[in-house]
Design a protein around this ligand. Structure first.
Ligand SMILES: Cc1cc2nc3c(=O)[nH]c(=O)nc-3n(C[C@H](O)[C@H](O)[C@H](O)COP(=O)(O)O)c2cc1C
Length: 225
């Protein structure tokens, strides 16, 4: 294996979602460097359909306040439907993911109030200094979402390589109105997900969460005959 592969594999293994941030922002020049670099992500016919608005303080905090109010007072209504059910094996993986987070946070499965508070932490943006709201032109159809997913993988990898902590956040797409009221999101775009960026608060219990992966053979098969 090449040194580049070893570096990438190590970066992917070390990266994890962070759900408790320190307040200090990341310099604009560093964020610009990151998002310039990941423009090299490939896309169908090179259409580059990701459309991204990145907040800096104090706008991030203002949006967090508006999102928390929306989440407390209304049902989720994302512009791209969330899954309604998770058949096996996705259900088991989803349950294990939630259990790992609640265990890290010291929340018992039957403690509904604590689970609600943990869910609301999404809308406080985990106290991150930056939120990138990621949208995509709805006229391009679902394959453009694939492009945006490829781009997200680049962003997560590049951020990790730069020592920037992140958490992708579909949850914020459940309440698009506060995002549309404050950010330049075209009527022709759909809000897909958010991505918080900053530096981890090492004291935050949620950051002790570790997820696992099935072996590749659970998802990938080689076909010879
Ligand atoms: C598209 C996408 C949306 C996600 N949305 C959320 C979210 O709203 N809230 C959250 O806490 N984590 C969210 N995550 C993080 C996943 O839960 C996390 O990636 C997964 O459990 C694996 O853990 P790891 O990132 O620490 O390796 C999201 C991840 C992706 C890729």
């Amino acid at each position: 294996m090449t040194p580049l592969f070893e570096d990438l594999a190590g970066t992917w293994e070390a990266r994890r979602s962070i759900r408790g941030f320190r307040p200090e922002p990341i310099e604009r020049a560093t964020l610009s460097r990151l998002f310039e670099a990941v423009q090299h992500a490939p896309s169908w016919c090179n259409v580059q359909p990701w459309r991204v608005a990145i907040t800096e303080p104090p706008v991030t905090g203002e949006l967090a306040a508006a999102l928390q109010q929306a989440a407390r007072s209304g049902l989720p209504h994302p512009e791209v439907p969330f899954p309604l059910e998770y058949p096996s094996p996705y259900k088991e993986r989803r349950i294990a993911c939630g259990a790992a987070l609640y265990q890290a946070m010291g929340i018992a499965r039957e403690d509904k109030a604590a689970r609600y508070d943990a869910w609301l932490r999404n809308y406080a943006l985990f106290d991150a200094p930056h939120l990138a709201v990621v949208a995509c032109d709805r006229r391009l159809g679902p394959y453009a979402y694939v492009d945006v997913g490829v781009w997200l993988g680049y962003v997560l990898t590049a951020a990790a390589a730069l020592g920037i902590d992140t958490c992708p956040m579909a949850s914020i797409a459940a309440y698009p109105e506060p995002l549309r009221a404050r950010l330049p999101i075209a009527d022709t775009d759909v809000v897909l997900f958010g991505l918080v960026l900053g530096h981890a608060d090492d004291q935050a219990a949620a950051n002790m969460c570790r997820t696992t992966r099935d072996p590749a053979t659970a998802c990938v098969s080689f076909v010879q005959s």
